[in-house]
Design a protein around this ligand. Structure first.
Ligand code: ZN
Length: 258
């Protein structure tokens, strides 16, 4: 099962992906991290992406997909979390098609290296447990994809951002409302009393970013919703409550595997 985490910047989906990945012992992939990693390692995809970005162009859906697929293709029979992907309808379609293809098959949408890095053996166990009676390989699953939308009001996000503060010494992040230092104005980590808060214009910049992101992500959310593949969680709650919400969805979708 592929769990796609969707939501606006600051909604906490990245942190939840990390938390759930550790809790459940499954892989979580951040598209942004993969991109940075490939560029840093100067792989052939990394170099291609870097060249496109340096020319000031958008990285194509196919190229982004190739990069993601390179990393996720061998996890097809396992539960995985995708964070920050797909970001466009084109990417969502590629992901959807891939999720329906047979395990171990070359995926037509994936070019180059991806198709050669398959690991068809050893990962079917989970599927057998989840789906008794069905063959682990050659399985075509219509419902192997689910998007979890981290629903949160823009006003709450904005407030979170405004109350965020950082230790000037060690960089530890606090939120004066939801996660203040244990002793007022003293960093828990290093004991420093100097904090950096955001510039006054941060709210305006963040508002714009939020607006842009919502416009961009709307069609992707609609894509999953139209297929009955969208679940929503209330991301305005505290971290552990949100974890519980997501966990209950994941557990239900994996037929109680968690
Ligand atoms: Zn500190």
């Amino acid at each position: 099962m592929i769990f796609v985490f969707l939501g606006p910047p600051g909604c906490g989906k990245g942190s939840q992906a990390q938390i759930l990945s550790e809790k459940l012992g499954i892989k979580a992939f951040s598209a942004g991290d993969l991109l940075r990693q490939e560029i840093a390692e100067k792989t052939s995809i990394g170099l291609q992406v870097k060249a496109v970005i340096e020319q000031g162009h958008y990285v194509s859906d196919q190229l982004i997909w190739d990069l993601v697929c390179l990393h996720v293709n061998s996890y097809k029979d396992q539960d995985i979390i995708l964070d920050g992907f797909p970001r466009t309808i084109g990417q969502a379609e590629l992901l959807s098609e891939w999720s329906k293809t047979e395990t171990g098959a070359d995926f037509p949408g994936a070019t180059g290296a991806c198709a050669k890095r398959l690991d068809p053996v050893g990962t079917g166990i989970q599927n057998i447990a989840m789906d008794p009676g069905s063959a682990p390989y050659g399985l075509v699953r219509e419902d192997s994809l689910l998007a979890v939308y981290f629903d949160i009001d823009a006003a709450i996000l904005l407030e979170r951002i405004l109350h965020r503060t950082m230790c000037a010494q060690c960089g530890a992040i606090y939120n004066l409302k939801t996660h203040p230092p244990k002793q007022s104005s003293i960093c828990d980590v290093c004991g420093s009393t100097e904090f950096k808060t955001r510039a006054d214009d941060a709210a305006e910049v963040f508002k714009q970013r939020l607006q842009q992101d919502m416009t961009k992500s709307k069609p992707v959310v609609a894509f999953f919703e139209a297929r009955g593949l969208l679940c929503k969680v209330d991301a305005s709650k505290d971290i552990s409550t949100v974890t519980e919400q997501v966990l209950s969805i994941m557990s239900r979708e994996s037929h109680g595997a968690y």
